[in-house]
Design a protein around this ligand. Structure first.
Ligand code: PLP
Length: 417
């Protein structure tokens, strides 16, 4: 097969392809694998019951069933659903927006593909722009999303060493460089892979920098605010006309329905919707159908705060305790677990690469994600990139505990060799 430039780039096996391949094999074909790899959310029975009840109501009503299955959504997404989202955000946070500030996507991943390529890459005047990540490590799924090369730039973070083998990344504003080649700033909050939650002050500062440079600040809230709210401190949601907030229903427990939500200025939403029509024609109806009532009643927020957040908070603490017990005096550090569904472990001076550690763990039946994949936009010279792994704690407790024991054994072997 003769591939185009697009084909050569997008048909290649990349980090996110390997990760989703592992995820699919582990969850669908080889269930004995201890799955601590991809970002599949855990199962929360009470949340599943809410989604099931909603679906049953729809199935019992021929009109609603027809709307679910037999009708294309409008390009920007179901109008009633968008009104409900805008209404809730306005009421709860005072954000000045209407349904014209909301667009729906088939999962937030596809929204990022369009948004990023709208704002960066080859520009009409022949210049090139990049998306800047003010703090890497960042989400593996951005890495290969750009249509052109050198699509991302990133700033190396400051590292704060904390007590009890913890550490935390901070945006290093002294090194953050925004130029006329920067198309947008983007942060995931909480950050995948680290569970870092950029502070309100960091977000305000990034917002000021983006505004001054006349570029958007994109906040990827897949795990964050206001829903699914997997944040263990009191960070505040952020949006204004210069912010593109990208949300998702996935981490509430609905990754299979593939629904993302974009909250942005009207011209950005309109541009996005036109491009989304070309690529997807329309978005799926299932997510909006299940979630509609949750938005109109505000239950999406209580569900997030009362079920989803406590579930992961407890898991995170438990996983940290298990790691501490198993890793003992080995030279390890854990990123301060502030949100999301992962722990990010740093093994300083690890004699093998993170890829080698991943391979050895895979042979032992444990899937994690090697850390070097999470540095889009950064050259490979920083040894730290080879010393980290991301471990999901979303699966049930016994599975996570077993996985942690095996990880500790393999890390101990690597240091001892
Ligand atoms: C930080 C982050 N952003 C975006 C996504 C994409 O999620 P989805 O396409 O399911 O909305 C993920 C998925 O794991 C993620 O971790």
């Amino acid at each position: 097969m003769k591939l185009s430039q697009f084909g050569t780039k997008f048909c290649a096996p990349t980090g996110i392809v390997e990760l989703m391949d592992d995820l699919g094999t582990a969850l669908n074909e080889n269930p004995d694998m201890i799955f601590m790899g991809g970002g599949n959310p855990g199962r929360i029975p009470e949340a599943e019951a809410i989604f099931k009840a909603r679906l049953e109501t729809v199935l019992a009503d021929p009109q609603q069933l027809h709307s679910l299955m037999g009708i294309y959504q409008s390009p920007q997404g179901d109008k009633v659903f968008r009104e409900q989202i805008a209404g809730l955000l306005k009421k709860e946070f005072g954000w000045d927006l209407s349904e014209r500030n909301i667009a729906i996507s088939n999962g937030s991943q596809s929204a990022f593909f369009i948004l990023y390529n709208m704002l960066a890459g080859a520009m009409p005047d022949g210049s090139n722009r990049s998306i800047h990540l003010p703090l890497a490590p960042e989400y593996i799924g951005y890495g290969d999303i750009g249509l052109t090369r050198d699509f991302f730039t990133a700033t190396r973070p400051e590292i704060e060493l904390m007590d009890n083998n913890l550490f935390k990344y901070h945006v290093d504003f002294s090194k953050l460089e925004v130029t006329d080649k920067t198309g947008a700033l983007c942060v995931s909050r909480p950050t995948n892979p680290t569970g870092n939650v950029l502070t309100d002050r960091e977000i305000e500062h990034l917002d000021e920098i983006a505004l001054a440079a006349d570029i958007p600040l994109i906040i990827d809230g897949a795990y964050g605010l206001p829903f699914p709210g997997i944040i263990f401190n009191d960070a505040k949601p952020h949006w204004n006309e210069n912010t593109v907030l990208v949300l998702s229903l996935s981490k509430l427990g609905l990754p299979g329905v593939r629904t993302g939500i974009i909250v942005a200025r009207e011209d950005i939403v309109q541009g996005y919707s036109n491009a989304n029509t070309v690529v997807n024609l329309a978005c799926g109806n299932l997510g909006p159908t299940i979630a509609r009532e949750l938005f109109s009643s505000g239950e999406i927020l209580t569900l997030s705060n009362n079920l989803v957040k406590p579930f992961y908070k407890q898991r995170a603490q438990q996983a940290v305790d298990w790691f501490r017990a198993e890793l003992g005096s080995l030279p390890y550090r854990i990123h301060s677990p502030e949100g999301a569904i992962f722990l990010w472990l740093w093994f300083e001076g690890l004699p093998i690469t993170s890829q080698e550690l991943y391979q050895r763990l895979k042979e032992r039946g444990v899937l994690v994600v090697p850390g070097h994949n999470f540095f889009p936009g950064m050259d490979a010279s920083w040894q730290h990139q080879q010393e980290c792994i991301r471990v999901s704690y979303a699966q049930d407790g016994n599975t996570v505990k077993q996985g942690i024991e095996i990880i500790a054994e393999e890390v101990a072997k690597a240091y001892a060799a």
